[in-house]
Design a protein around this ligand. Structure first.
Ligand code: ADP
Length: 191
């Protein structure tokens, strides 16, 4: 199973990705987590992306694409994966298509977690208090929303045109949303 999970910042991608990946026995691969781990460990990559992430901007496409291609080439991702937070630009969509083409494979479904805009801001502000993520302050949150709307929302149309998009209502408890996702993905891949 080769899946993507998309949604605005605060839509709950990370939380749901872990459950969905376990359900389909594939690794959950989060570009945000990879970057944050590098920042935390002070690696050269971390030093390169730290300020970009703090400002709520996207890491350059080529760099992000290289990180993902390397990760997808690891043995645990050969039979399937769930990508969380990638692709986020049309350039990244093309890069992922090329990678999958070269490996003779395709995507099975793209999960879109749909959450109302006001709810998103409220969730992120709450997460700012509990987790203390460097990019969870109101100015950066609003900027990330704008970047998402301009750069990432168009991807939903692109995947809808290919009949890959599985829209799921992301409002409700974690478990409610998780069962909605499983039902919707199962229905989409068996149709
Ligand atoms: P959120 O969806 O809440 O913004 P993520 O953990 O997915 O959280 O991403 C955090 C940050 O990591 C982004 O704001 C961006 O700076 C960087 N990032 C993650 N994925 C990508 C990507 N595919 N392309 C460029 N930058 C990315």
């Amino acid at each position: 199973m080769r899946l993507l999970i998309m949604g605005a910042p605060g839509a709950g991608k990370g939380t749901q990705a872990v459950g969905v990946a376990a359900h389909y026995r594939v690794p959950a691969i989060s570009t945000g987590d990879i970057f944050r781990a590098n920042v935390k460990n002070g690696t050269p990559l971390g030093k390169q992306v730290d300020a970009i992430m703090k400002a709520g901007n996207y890491v350059p496409d080529e760099l992000t694409e290289e990180i993902v291609a390397n990760r997808l080439s690891e043995p645990d991702a050969r039979k399937g994966f769930l990508l969380d937070g990638f692709p986020r630009t049309m350039h990244q969509v093309d890069a992922l298509d090329d990678y999958l083409d070269q490996h003779g494979t395709t995507l099975d479904a793209v999960i879109f977690l749909d959450v109302d805009a006001e709810m998103l801001i409220a969730r992120l502000l709450k997460r700012a208090q509990t987790e203390g993520r460097a990019d969870d302050n109101e100015t950066t949150i609003r900027h990330r929303m704008d970047v998402y709307r301009d750069s990432t929302q168009p991807l939903l149309d692109a995947y809808a045109k290919r009949d890959l998009l599985v829209r799921v209502d992301g409002q409700g408890s974690v478990d409610e949303v998780a069962s909605r996702i499983a039902a919707a993905v199962d229905a989409a891949v068996t149709r």
